[in-house]
Design a protein around this ligand. Structure first.
Ligand SMILES: [Zn+2]
Length: 250
């Protein structure tokens, strides 16, 4: 399937909130992570992408100089399941309804999760081999709550090995992953950073409540290589924090 038809399909199915926001203008703009269609050019590629270059609350950030704060605990109630898709920019697992994240009385529904290599957020100037993004949407406000989890080299993670063994090799490829439990991609500790930011892909909409867990998870190096064989570099460079505070739970 051609990428254009594939993305159009996702819009119809509502499986890609970023794409739905972008509409068809961005559909024809084949953004990438390098060269003339790379991050420096996203803002000029379509009117809908203006925030990518003009926005002042963009993501990702270097998580440095955070302010200690009494952040509310994260209540995560994810369930196994989903359909894995290679969308031409990453490997993404689209989730059925019923999984969510609650914080301070607000509940966000888990729409999908996907991966970047290397990590998009940095910590004190350093990146990790990968970062997982769990994209949630608040039912009433439409705000997105994205939970970032850093991935580092180490012991094999059973769920990630299961995904890696079935990564669709070409854009548009799909694989059922009903037996994969996203809870397996959470570290033990739930301390996190929090800040107001944006999507890290076009249209870079500034509608994201970012939560990034401090403790990384470990995965087998060969499974990271399975990802980077498909996407060697799908990370937007860090942007300026400008006047934003990065909050850190104790
Ligand atoms: Zn992401």
């Amino acid at each position: 399937m051609q990428r254009r038809d594939f993305i159009k399909g996702m819009i119809v199915l509502g499986a890609c909130p970023a794409c739905a926001k972008a509409g068809f203008a961005a559909e024809s703009a084949h953004w990438s992570y390098e060269g003339q269609s790379g991050p420096d050019h996203w803002g000029a590629m379509a009117p809908e992408n203006a925030a990518c270059s003009a926005g002042s609350q963009q993501s990702p950030l270097d998580l440095a100089g955070a302010v200690k704060a009494e952040l509310p605990p994260l209540a995560i109630d994810w369930k196994p399941g989903g359909k894995m898709v290679n969308n031409g920019h990453t490997i993404q697992i689209n989730m059925p309804g019923g999984s969510g994240l609650s914080r301070d009385g607000s509940r966000y529904e888990l729409l999908q999760y996907h991966f970047h290599a290397p990590s998009e957020h940095h910590v004190d100037g350093r990146s990790f081999p990968m970062e997982a993004h769990f994209v949630h949407k608040h039912k009433e406000t439409g705000a997105l709550g994205v939970l970032g989890v850093f991935v580092t080299l180490g012991a094999a993670n059973a769920g990630f090995s299961r995904l890696a063994a079935a990564f669709p090799k070409t854009a548009g490829g799909e694989a059922a992953v009903e037996d994969v439990d996203p809870n397996g991609f959470l570290p033990k500790e739930r301390a996190y950073w929090s800040y107001e930011g944006s999507l890290t892909t076009p249209p870079c909409s500034e509608i994201v409540d970012w939560m990034v867990l401090k403790q990384p998870i470990e995965v087998d190096e060969k499974d990271i290589k399975a990802f980077t064989a498909l996407y060697p570099r799908n990370a937007r460079p860090v942007l300026a924090a400008n006047r934003r505070f990065i909050l850190s739970s104790f």
